[in-house]
Design a protein around this ligand. Sequence first.
Ligand SMILES: [Zn+2]
Length: 221
Amino acid sequence: MPECDGGMRFVPFVFTACVLQAFGRDLYDFSIKYLNNLFDADGGHCAGSFLAIFEMFTRYSVESPSSDEDWMKLAYNAALDAFAAGEVPVGAVIIRKNQSLAVTHNDVIGSGSVLGHCELEAIRQAAVAIGDWRLNECTLYVTKEPCPMCSGACVMSRIGRVVFAIGDNKMGCLGGCGCNFASQISFNHSFTYTTGILEQPCRKLLQKFFYMRRTNSIIGA
Ligand SMILES: [Zn+2]
């Protein structure tokens, strides 16, 4: 990849303008911090990196969601909101009969509670929406495999199906870490699940977040 020259100095301004247009001022400080890191640390990256970053932070436009990928794109958009807030970028959507009941993102820092995982809030909102805590007819879309807490909530809420983008071999409890809450014989509820939907974009977003947090270039870190 070629090094940036003087002509690339406009890129931060173009990038910032695009971010502001897409997200409003919530991401202003974030973008400035990120760009400082990007261009000061190693002399800058060039157009390829810029386009990749721009793509990463561009929301999906989904007019009439009807497929797993469509709904996961909306979960990805929610994950972008988490990123902008300095939260681990994971988003969730719950639907029933192809109708959205909840769209949430992680809010652990904002709420000051580990209960701020997006799946828990989505389950809560969905129950309110249908007036029933039993979510047998519902599907949860989430950009990362649910942790023990959220996998447990899926069981307890009797969720019908879970779709997640990327697996988590450390904390994921739908098979990722070795245990699978979706099909524990002793549990009184089991559910189906699908993985790998929109995997690469969701993985890149998480990787970018943790890279930036390691390099101390993100708000809330
Ligand atoms: Zn969780």
